[in-house]
Each structure stands twice: as structure tokens, then as C-alpha cells.
Design a protein. Structure first.
Length: 50
């Protein structure tokens, strides 16, 4: 972790890690069974902050 000035939130390591986790959750949710997609996907996507 550097001591440089952060000019954008995208520069923060915590943002980058959280964004990558959210994208992984989103991609996993796309593989849910079709019949369960809405019951499982909506809360998962909401909590993934996408």
C-alpha cells in the first residue's frame, strides 16, 4: 500500500477487491438454474452491490 494521494475511488485497493468480488458473485449468479433464477438471483445481486 503506497502513501500516494488517492484521486479516484477506483484507485483504492479496497474498492478494487470489493468490485472484483461483486463481479464474481454476479457471474456465479448467472449460472443458477433457470427455475430458481429469480428467487436466488435477486437477493444475491442486490447484496453484491452491482
Amino acid at each position: 500500500m503506497g502513501n500516494g494521494v488517492v484521486r479516484r475511488h477506483e484507485d483504492l485497493e479496497v474498492y478494487q477487491v470489493a468490485f472484483e468480488a461483486a463481479m464474481q458473485i454476479f457471474e456465479l449468479s448467472r449460472k443458477f438454474p433457470v427455475k430458481e433464477r429469480y428467487s436466488l438471483t435477486e437477493p444475491t445481486i442486490a447484496f453484491s452491490a452491482c
